[in-house]
Design a protein around this ligand. Structure first.
Ligand code: G
Ligand code: G
Ligand code: MN
Ligand code: NA
Length: 254
């Protein structure tokens, strides 16, 4: 069967699952929120990472219905947090550029959340810097609509696209995620150290929270905390976790 048909069937048969990777405070180590990351529980090939199917899902437009499923599943995880009596943390969901082009995206997301009785401030949408730059006008309209609903927005993979300061300043984001590329060699690269410090200072001037991605070592965590980054995400704290494990996660000892 071709991958497109398999994906369509996977959606009907509910073969997708979400994993949840904690994002923690770099000052207290407490869990602040989660990023939802999709996986495909394939009947023959096992658990597949998004790298093996997101491209096809985007090319075929299937990412749009899959994207609505992701939002529903993220809301169900928020409901689970209430049911388990644990502190309820927001969930961040990745958007694809195809979803930005849906004229009624904001409206549909609002309907899903109202139906599942999840307050809008518990959902955050991650939009990559390059998606933003592909169509600034469209992104701006959508981001304003979503913000008006009370949904949070973060700019993902920052530093890999080409946004200008004036464009960033115009858009009402809540947070910005510094791409893993800048964190990877932080310990040995003076340039990366200076970049991270400069980005953090600049982004704080825009009143946004700064999240560093891909933190794998205590050294990186300490440097980023000293540089003023607010939050961190990475294997040092936790890998993307199944919902049941994410419900148990509280934070990192600092
Ligand atoms: O764990 P990781 O391999 O999950 O994710 C790889 C890439 O797939 C990341 O760039 C991430 O943004 C993307 N991705 C993960 N989950 C989703 C999703 O639900 N929707 C979209 N559009 N992209 C996702
Ligand atoms: O949406 P985004 O492209 O930021 O997706 C996050 C991706 O980063 C996922 O594939 C996730 O599994 C991966 N990731 C999260 N933390 C780490 C880390 O500490 N190291 C590495 N190498 N990858 C990470
Ligand atoms: Mn992301
Ligand atoms: Na990223």
């Amino acid at each position: 069967m071709v991958l497109e048909d398999e994906l369509r069937r996977a959606l009907q048969r509910r073969e997708f699952v979400l994993m949840f990777q904690p994002i923690v405070s770099l000052t207290s180590g407490k869990n602040i929120k989660f990023e939802a990351l999709i996986r495909w529980q394939h009947p023959e090939r096992g658990l597949l990472a998004p790298g093996s199917f997101i491209d096809i899902a985007e090319q075929t437009g299937l990412i749009v219905p899959i994207g609505y499923w992701v939002i529903e599943a993220a809301c169900e995880f928020i409901q689970q947090q209430y049911q388990h009596g644990v502190p309820v943390r927001p969930v961040a969901v990745n958007l694809s550029v195809c979803q930005l082009r849906e004229p009624d995206l904001a409206c549909k997301i609002e309907r899903i959340m109202a139906h599942l009785k999840v307050p809008p401030y518990l959902l955050e949408l991650e939009i990559t810097e390059s998606m933003l730059m592909e169509n600034v006008e469209l992104a701006m309209t959508l981001i304003n609509q979503l913000q008006q609903l009370g949904i949070r927005i973060s700019i993902d993979d920052f530093g890999t696209g080409y946004s200008s300061l004036s464009q960033l300043r115009q858009l009402p984001f809540n947070s910005l995620k510094i791409d893993r590329l800048f964190i990877k060699d932080l310990e040995t690269s003076l340039v990366d150290q200076q970049m991270v410090e400069a980005i953090t200072a600049m982004v704080h001037k825009l009143d946004l929270m700064v999240v560093a991605e891909g933190i794998e070592t205590e050294w990186q965590m300490a440097f980023l905390a000293a540089a003023g980054c607010d939050h961190g995400q990475g294997f040092l704290f936790a890998r993307p976790l199944p919902a049941a494990d994410a419900l148990q996660y509280r934070g990192h000892n600092i």
